[in-house]
Design a protein around this ligand. Structure first.
Ligand code: SAM
Length: 325
């Protein structure tokens, strides 16, 4: 790890049990239930030692993903989904077309490579399998090629089945081979790394998660989600799986396209240090608020497990009283 990284990782490792999943809600009213198909994410928090977790090393930046204000080599895991040039109404607009997208993606991937830990940094990038706006394009295949061109090493290709098979009506030429359309109702989670895939660290993953997600399980099945306040979010299940599988407690987990903050909130909930960025200042503010709320929920849960007259009692009480405000 580069010397300039330095967040309070040891504190977070101690402060969060490895499987402290909760259903404490999204910033927009708790509509998104975490781990609907992941029972291993719902076990109760274990008693843990109390620290001042609000000094966590989290950071929140309004920035373009091609020029992040983050130091070299400090991020352990990146999880995110960029814009796809599909005319999504982001603040500031979407990338205009596929050619421009390939150019932008190259710059983003190079910047993500810079901030990733040179010895073990990992990237989980959610992109479509393909697209058909103004021409059919093999988005995932192109993304792999570009990622490798800027230094990332390819590890695996997870297929996310969004359980939408049969919903589409755009089948092309009716009853004819003239120009049929065949579109797989899936997206990709492309997994890359820098340095070595192997990392040393504790066996801190819930055993059920390892059983369920690893091995020949590169086909993930869970529904997508929508949010009236945020275009193109992914569901909590996606970062829940990626962060659980590909990072250790206390790691720096970053999302440079943080959107409504799905990755940031889940990473905080799982006891990771959160680095979040987005071009849209409103997204960054929402991310800070949701992460803060997750941290405070954890403090409150730990408070419940404290002995009646713990020495830490006085330290925590003011923070706990703010939960739910
Ligand atoms: C697909 S959304 C991310 C959604 C996120 N995964 C979630 O669950 O909310 C893409 C995000 O990238 C942001 N964005 C677009 N262009 C960007 C750029 N050049 N640099 C950084 N962020 C950008 C948008 O503002 C949007 O919030």
């Amino acid at each position: 790890m580069a010397a300039a990284c330095g967040p309070a990782r040891a504190d977070l490792r101690n402060a969060y049990p490895h499987n402290a999943g909760t259903t404490q809600g999204a910033h927009d009213g708790g509509h998104a239930q975490i781990g609907a198909s992941a029972p291993w994410s719902r076990s109760s928090p274990a008693p843990v030692q109390i620290h001042d977790q609000l000094d966590t090393g989290d950071r929140f930046d309004v920035a373009d993903a091609a020029a992040l204000p983050w130091p070299d080599g400090c991020v352990d895991l990146l999880v995110g989904s960029p814009p796809y040039a599909l005319e999504v109404p982001y603040a500031g607009g979407d990338v205009p077309d596929y050619a421009a997208w390939l150019e932008a993606l190259t710059a983003w991937l190079a910047e993500l490579f810079r901030v990733a830990n040179p010895d073990w940094g990992r990237l989980c990038l959610n992109v479509p399998l393909d697209r058909d706006l103004g021409g059919w394009e093999p988005v995932s295949a192109d993304t792999i090629q570009l990622a490798r061109s800027v230094g990332w090493q390819f590890r695996t290709w997870i297929i996310w089945d969004k359980l939408q098979a049969g919903a589409g009506t755009h089948r092309g030429s009716i009853d004819s081979a003239a120009a049929p359309n065949v579109t797989a109702p899936v997206e990709s989670i492309l997994v890359f790394y820098r340095g070595s895939w192997y990392r040393s660290g504790p066996a801190a993953m819930p055993h059920e998660a390892w059983l369920e997600l690893c091995g020949p399980r590169g086909l993930w099945r869970f529904h997508g989600t929508s949010d009236p306040h945020s275009p193109a979010p992914f569901p909590e299940e996606l970062p829940l799986r990626c962060v659980t599988l590909f990072s250790f407690p206390g790691d720096v987990v970053a999302d440079p396209f943080v959107g409504r903050a799905t990755t940031a909130a889940v990473a905080a909930r799982l006891g990771r240090v959160v680095w979040a960025a987005d071009r849209d200042a409103a997204c960054v503010a929402a991310a800070r608020a949701w992460v803060d709320r997750e941290r405070r929920v954890h403090l409150a849960q730990q408070r419940v497990h404290l002995p009646q007259h713990s020495a830490a009692d006085g330290l925590l009480r003011p923070q706990i009283e703010e939960v739910g405000n």
